[in-house]
Write a new protein. Structure first.
Ligand code: C2E
Ligand code: CA
Ligand code: CA
Ligand code: CA
Length: 274
């Protein structure tokens, strides 16, 4: 956005397209029946050594009858803007907990929180209440928070994270390495995991800088007693380097794309006798 001499705001064509797309999404959401149009897919998180599935990250999907499928990167910010994020978080968390209650006890649930979820004690208490009502063991829940969400209001986000830790849940710093002051956050917040962003995993077998960054992030996380999860693992070559470096868990298309709730439950069903 460039401010013109007369005070007129000049947008580039890309920015104008982005704005109109945002308006379309915003408009479609007003009349959306989120209970029916919103659903979750589940991406396996696996132990790096043998790829055993140890958890699932839930990823929101919105299939709008009016404008078709919309990516969460697009509709979450809109929902935060128009306030429907409160309904979304409740709906998605309740469903995720109900699905996760059908998994073996050693499989955890990793759930993404938005800035809004952390922005007030009230919002956070609602999340705590949903967990308690579900009867699901909070120790089997991991909440994923991004640096952007934390930076929105650091003190309040820090209180919320503390509250979720007192409940017994784990906290992962998502997209680690893409923000401005990640080290600072690791130091100040009661985190339990860090998720190494896919941008550092991409072609790690060929990119020396990525290799060095991931290596030092792993040393740091080990030092601080944090689990490290590498996300966006797309090839065997990337996986092998990560295994050599000693990363704890891995996630990405090479291991599995996100799957449906039914598929997560079927994955643990005993094989049927013929
Ligand atoms: P994220 O939390 O960093 O999630 C990882 C994204 O990478 C997901 O995109 C996932 O589908 C994608 N992904 C997984 N494996 C691979 C891979 O091997 N290669 C590549 N290139 N991508 C991979 P998705 O589902 O479109 O979600 C985008 C973002 O939207 C998420 O990023 C998260 O920040 C946000 N989001 C998704 N679901 C929710 C939700 O329920 N609540 C909130 N607050 N945010 C959500
Ligand atoms: Ca995430
Ligand atoms: Ca991430
Ligand atoms: Ca991301």
């Amino acid at each position: 956005k460039r401010r013109h001499r007369a005070g007129t705001v000049i947008f580039s064509a890309d920015q104008a397209n982005e704005l109109s797309r945002q308006a379309v999404v915003e408009d479609a959401m007003i009349t959306a029946d989120l209970e029916n149009e919103l659903y979750l897919v589940y991406q396996p998180i696996s132990r790096a050594t043998d790829l055993k599935c140890i958890g699932y990250e839930t990823l929101a999907r919105w299939n709008s009858p009016r404008i078709g499928p919309v990516s969460p990167a697009e509709f979450i910010p809109v929902a935060e803007h128009n306030g429907r994020i409160t309904l979304m978080t409740r709906l998605l968390l309740e469903r995720a907990l109900s699905v996760a209650s059908k998994w073996p006890k050693d499989v955890y649930l990793s759930f993404n929180l938005s800035a809004h979820d952390l922005s007030s004690p009230d919002n956070c208490l609602k999340i705590v209440a949903i967990v308690l009502k579900s009867g699901f063991d909070p120790a089997r829940i991991n909440f994923e928070v991004t640096e952007t969400a934390i930076l929105h209001d650091f003190d309040q986000a820090s209180n919320s994270i503390q509250m979720l830790r007192e409940l017994g849940a784990g906290i992962a710093l998502d997209d680690f390495g893409t923000g401005f002051s990640s080290l600072n956050h690791v130091h100040k917040l009661p985190l339990t995991k860090i998720k190494i962003d896919g941008s550092f995993v991409r072609d790690i077998h060929q990119r020396k800088t990525s290799f060095k960054i991931v290596k030092s992030v792993l040393a740091l996380s080990a030092d601080m007693g944090l689990d490290a999860i590498a996300e966006g693992v797309e090839t065997l070559e990337e996986l092998q380097v990560l295994q050599t470096l000693g990363v704890g868990s891995v996630q990405g298309y090479y291991i599995s794309k996100p799957v449906s709730a039914d598929e997560t439950i079927a994955a643990f069903a005993p094989p049927r006798a013929n």
